[in-house]
Ligand binder design. Structure first.
Ligand SMILES: [Zn+2]
Length: 78
């Protein structure tokens, strides 16, 4: 599920919401001042991809458990 960001028109606070794409344009309540006067802003987050914590040493992906492979220990092609 993608993460969307909503800018509050009253206080400028940015509220992140995890929601389905069909509900993306529905207004959210500001997490700062509880105003409903918010609008969605373009987010850098994407719906695709699982883990976002890929270590630099292994571009294929993290080891099982998320640790760094140290360059080859994970069995991926380096
Ligand atoms: Zn606000």
């Amino acid at each position: 599920m993608p993460v969307y960001e909503y800018r509050c028109h009253d206080c400028g606070h940015l509220t992140e919401e995890l929601r389905t794409m069909s509900a993306a344009d529905e207004p959210v309540v500001c997490g700062e001042c509880q105003s409903k006067d918010t609008s969605r802003v373009q987010s850098v987050f994407s719906a695709s991809g699982g883990s976002s914590t890929v270590p630099d040493c292994c571009p294929v992906g993290p080891m099982t458990g998320g640790g760094c492979c140290g360059g080859g220990a994970c069995g991926h092609q380096h």
